[in-house]
Design a protein around this ligand. Structure first.
Ligand code: NI
Length: 287
């Protein structure tokens, strides 16, 4: 059986859940056809860790951004740090950023302020955005609508790009999927598409444009069926690809090839000549 070519477009490899066996996790990812991994940061410390991993591993790329749940003390200083880090050649996006009304640990006003400031940074730098949305679709859509409209009129370098961002961990709202098209966004599908009770997502998936979809794990969270309950890891993006292949009645190799093409299109450095071929993780030594 051929192993499909896959990209894990959203994986938190920098989290401590991987400290004990990160090299083994990367080796399993490679054995399952995962040729590229994008590691978004959630706060300044994790952004630095994501970049350090990208420096160590040719197949790992980073995104820098402050997650809404970590945006309580977002300031002008934070923005300066993000701007500096975005200079790194393996930083491919601003993210993950967005709104989270589920936990509500940070006020909605503070979340919106940090979100808007980081969207502006992305527009200025011409970098795509990785969007986190939890129970906040209405406010999120309004902010993205305003941002895309204003960035277009101000001739942001993003205007030249095929995609402006991705709604990560997309979970089945047809109206939002439609809006995302208008903003030139891709959708990221992960573990939830494999969940047995995700009927809305199963019905929606075949109606989505495959050439606007990316695969992801969001590891260590959102573990796909049948591994639910265990730690998630990038190798399991293959389970997402297999489930999507079933739902779309298509060979898994085609799902892999087309979603990989979208990932390379949105995160341009993934396909650049300068990016080295993935290598096997070191067989020994501390990670
Ligand atoms: Ni995430």
């Amino acid at each position: 059986m051929t192993v499909p070519t896959l990209v894990d477009s959203h994986c938190h490899l920098d989290m401590e859940q991987f400290d004990a066996d990160r090299d083994a996790v990367l080796a399993r990812a490679q054995a399952n056809g995962v040729i590229r991994i994008v590691n978004p940061g959630v706060d300044l410390v994790h952004c630095r860790q994501a970049i350090a991993l990208a420096d160590q591993h040719p197949q790992v790329y980073a995104a820098v951004g402050i997650h809404p749940n970590s945006s309580a003390d977002f300031s002008e200083q934070t923005l300066i740090q993000l701007r500096k880090m975005s200079d790194h050649p393996k930083v491919v996006a601003i993210g993950e950023i967005g709104l989270d009304y589920h936990w509500d640990t940070v006020s909605r006003q503070q979340q919106a302020q940090a979100f808007r400031a980081q969207l502006e940074l992305a527009a200025e730098l011409g970098l795509p955005v990785i969007i986190h949305n939890r129970e906040a679709s209405t406010d999120l859509a309004r902010i993205l609508e305003e941002w895309t409209a204003s960035a277009r009129t101000r001739n942001s370098p993003l205007a030249e790009k095929p995609f402006w961002g991705v709604l990560h961990a997309f979970s089945g709202d047809a109206a939002l999927a439609q809006a995302a098209r208008g903003w030139n966004f891709a959708l990221g599908l992960g573990g939830p598409v494999t969940f047995r009770n995700a009927r809305a997502l199963h019905e929606l998936a075949p109606q989505l444009d495959l050439d606007r979809l990316m695969l992801e794990t969001d590891a260590p969270w959102l573990t796909p069926h049948p591994m639910r309950g265990k730690r998630n890891e990038p190798a399991y993006v293959a389970l997402v690809a297999e489930r999507l292949a079933e739902l779309l009645a298509m060979p898994v190799e085609e799902i892999g090839a087309r979603t990989t093409a979208v990932a390379c299109s949105i995160f341009a450095p993934l396909s650049g000549d300068e990016s080295p071929e993935p290598v096997a993780a070191a067989a020994s030594g501390p990670s």
